[in-house]
Design a protein around this ligand. Structure first.
Ligand SMILES: [Zn+2]
Length: 210
């Protein structure tokens, strides 16, 4: 009973911390928008970085979710969004993602066309966006294309080459002195061991250099 009581306290504390961070996100984005409307773009970017930090920290525990949990949450979210008036294509696209995650299959680009949002009013578009926003009439240059993070985000050539050059020695330092048992240990049943991760990295490297 005392264990349960303690857990509830921890959950409440986590919930309050999450609420504080999400409230901060709202303040960051609201002020960023005010600055952008006034042309103070170099001021707003710091606030947008702050909002991204808060969202990244709040979302961190989700990295531990199993695939079936993620798929179930996506389906639940799709239902909520449909009730909130999101466009039907948005729900269908979430359905594609949930099905792929559940089947543990990668999502090819053809199944996930470009996703856009209007910077002015928040309207959403899929694939080829209109030339002007039907809601606020902002021109297409005002739309944001949401790239897939990590591998499609634009990065400059020198930092990419630098990371590739230093990768092997970094991995070598991390793996130095590890036993076979440590290399084959999976943090969780569905997660890769260090050895499997290394195989993935070397396989991807061969693919990218081909
Ligand atoms: Zn708009």
């Amino acid at each position: 009973m005392s264990g349960l009581g303690r857990k509830a306290t921890v959950d409440e504390a986590d919930g309050a911390a999450i609420e504080r961070r999400l409230h901060r996100v709202g303040r960051f984005v609201r002020l960023a928008r005010a600055l952008e409307a006034g042309g103070f773009y170099n001021g707003s970017k710091v606030l947008r970085a702050g909002a991204d930090r808060e969202l990244t920290i709040v979302a961190a525990p989700a990295a531990q979710l199993a695939h079936d949990e993620v798929a179930a949450e996506i389906d639940e979210l799709a239902g909520d969004l449909a009730a909130a008036g999101y466009p039907s294509w948005f729900g269908r696209q979430l359905g594609v993602t949930a099905a792929a995650v559940r089947a543990d299959e990668s999502i090819p680009f053809q199944s996930a066309p470009p996703a856009w949002s209007c910077r002015v009013c928040g309207e959403l578009f899929l694939d080829i966006p209109p030339t002007t926003c039907p809601t606020c009439e902002a021109p297409a240059i005002g739309f944001r294309n949401h790239e897939a993070v990590w591998y499609l985000e634009p990065s400059d050539r020198s930092s990419t080459v630098d990371a590739l050059a230093h990768g092997p020695s970094q991995i070598g330092r991390v793996l130095e002195g590890r036993t076979d048992e440590q290399l084959d240990r999976r943090p969780r049943p569905a997660e890769w061991s260090a050895r499997e991760t290394l195989e993935h990295i070397t396989g991807a490297e061969e693919l990218l250099s081909a």
